[in-house]
Design a binder for this molecule. Structure first.
Ligand SMILES: Cc1cc2nc3c(=O)[nH]c(=O)nc-3n(C[C@H](O)[C@H](O)[C@H](O)COP(=O)(O)OP(=O)(O)OC[C@H]3O[C@@H](n4cnc5c(N)ncnc54)[C@H](O)[C@@H]3O)c2cc1C
Length: 477
């Protein structure tokens, strides 16, 4: 390890790795410091008894032609180094047994919704036109400006500060159409009445127009492609290297402290948990809360039961109420459940004649019983929910493991196991680039635009460009 770099990056999640890889490609000397023993953060893969699971991911957006993830991989010239498989259908919504195959293109989605509510054709068209307009405007506006700049006009100004429910209320009454349009609320961790109309629209449209993708062979392959791009361009990744402090000189970030000593750098990109980063940088705290967390049951099944690649199971058409009891009971009567089949599209994920599945329930860090005491009991309850959607699944289980909000926090440092950084509520208040001390930049899901692989990759690109611009303007001494 050298003692001086152009840029030190804290955290090797997709946000930090993207920033590091872009800067290395631009010719800067870069070192990425990662507390854990593998790169990827939430975007990692593990193997048990022949079964392979992604620790967290269901589907990734941004791999369509104009998606941020694809654009970044093209920029790095590593588009061919990862195999992405498009989900078809995008997902299956299972509303108490009423199954809907949700497509990953807008024309097919419009047809589907027309079929569900023929009397609401105008509302459906106007809603999707409005969402398309928001999405296009958002794609050409820097993420922080979108949410934090007070003078936004036009379609963005109209919906900023509004909830997704308020947007839907303008156009749609059909409970089933509304349910399909809200089926990805769990991807932002908030119910329709609380999630930002802008954030939800952008996320919904990126999946609905560009498609949702599985990373073939496991999510680790996405992280590994970025690691290779980093190292092939002379950058360094240091694993088992937690950063304990950010060093400042004359009010400017000038390096990081790691176990091996102090590392000087001309700029620092913080791409790890915002709480720790703020503590190290002495920034004021912001009022927002951490986003929701999840509880996972990883299952190895014998045989190949008919399980869709990605299925959301809901007790009815009311998506709002699936959030109401999460803090008390993750598998109660109002709970929803995501069922993810990893091995249908990527057969290497399970031994021959077997299937790798993840059950994912929304969860809070604070629960009536300590997570370590109740994780096995809760697995039984979550399996019962899955049994309703996939009869017989329980009898085919040959391997089972669980992860809780506490596990997520333990392995990634994310405060309270937050899945998406700060909550993406109507204010979407995140770590601001304007508030940072000089020489310190942020990437990852605690900054703008927010949670999700595509978003954090975009944040990594933005941080890399800002850091490169800043250090090229000053002489280092
Ligand atoms: C259960 C679950 C399901 C999800 N499903 C999806 C999905 O289907 N699609 C999607 O797009 N997104 C999904 N997400 C969200 C997505 O995974 C995250 O938003 C994204 O991966 C966050 O990336 P990041 O780079 O910001 O941070 P992280 O992935 O959290 O990485 C941060 C890294 O920083 C390291 N670190 C922390 N502190 C330090 C320190 N002091 N020094 C050095 N290193 C440190 C950590 O070890 C970690 O590796 C899901 C998240 C969860 C939890």
């Amino acid at each position: 390890m050298k003692r001086l770099y152009d840029i030190a990056v804290i955290g090797a999640g997709i946000g930090g790795l993207t920033a590091g890889a872009i800067l290395a490609k631009k010719g800067y000397s870069v070192a990425v410091f990662e507390a854990g023993r593998v790169p990827g953060g939430y975007c990692t893969t593990f193997r048990r008894q022949g079964f392979t699971f992604d620790s967290c991911l269901d589907a990734v957006s941004g791999w369509g032609e104009d998606g941020w993830l694809r654009r970044i991989f093209k920029k790095l010239d590593i588009e061919k180094n990862v195999e992405m498989v498009r989900l078809d259908p995008l997902r299956v919504d299972n509303f108490a047994g009423d199954r809907v195959n949700v497509p990953g293109t807008i024309p097919e989605l419009i047809n589907l919704l027309y079929g569900i509510a023929p009397g609401e054709k105008d509302g459906i068209l106007n809603l999707l036109d409005t969402m398309e307009e928001i999405y296009r405007a958002a794609m050409s506006t820097p993420a922080e400006v979108l949410y934090a700049f007070p003078g936004m006009r036009g379609i963005i100004g109209r919906y900023r500060g509004k909830s997704y429910k308020e947007l839907l209320d303008e156009f749609i009454t059909s409970p089933k159409v509304r349910a399909v349009m809200c089926d990805r609320c769990a991807f932002l961790g908030l119910p329709p009445s609380k999630v930002s109309a802008l954030a939800m629209t952008i996320m919904f449209m990126t999946y609905s127009s560009g498609g949702g993708y599985r990373i073939k062979g496991g999510a680790c392959n996405l992280a590994d492609a970025l690691v290779r791009a980093l190292s092939e361009n002379g950058g360094e990744l240091h694993l088992n290297a937690p950063v304990s402090d950010i060093m400042f000189e004359d009010g400017k970030a000038r390096g990081v402290a790691v176990a091996g000593g102090k590392i000087r750098a001309r700029a620092v990109i913080a791409a790890a948990d915002a709480g720790a980063m703020r503590r190290m940088s002495g920034m004021d705290s912001i009022g927002n809360k951490p986003s929701i967390s999840f509880y996972m049951v990883y299952l190895g099944l014998k045989g190949a039961p008919e399980i869709p690649d990605s299925m959301g199971c809901y007790p009815g058409y009311d998506i709002e109420s699936t959030f109401s009891d999460v803090a008390r009971d993750i598998a109660g009567p109002s709970a929803s459940l995501e069922i993810i089949n990893y091995s249908r599209l990527s057969t290497v994920m399970a031994p021959a004649g077997h299937t790798s599945v993840m059950l994912m329930s929304k969860a809070e860090y604070s629960y009536p019983r300590a997570w370590d005491e109740c994780r096995d009991y809760e697995a039984g309850k979550v399996l019962s929910l899955a049994e309703r959607a996939i009869p017989g699944i329980t009898d085919s289980v040959v391997f089972r493991e669980t992860a809780t909000p506490v596990t997520l926090e333990k392995y990634t440092g994310n405060l309270r196991g937050a899945a998406f950084g700060w909550e993406q509520n109507v204010d979407n208040e995140r770590v601001s680039s304007r508030a940072r001390p000089q020489g310190l930049f942020f990437a990852g899901h605690w900054t703008y635009p927010g949670g999700g692989i595509e978003s954090v990759a975009a944040s990594g690109l933005a941080a890399a460009e800002s850091a490169a611009a800043a250090i090229s303007k000053e002489a280092f001494n």
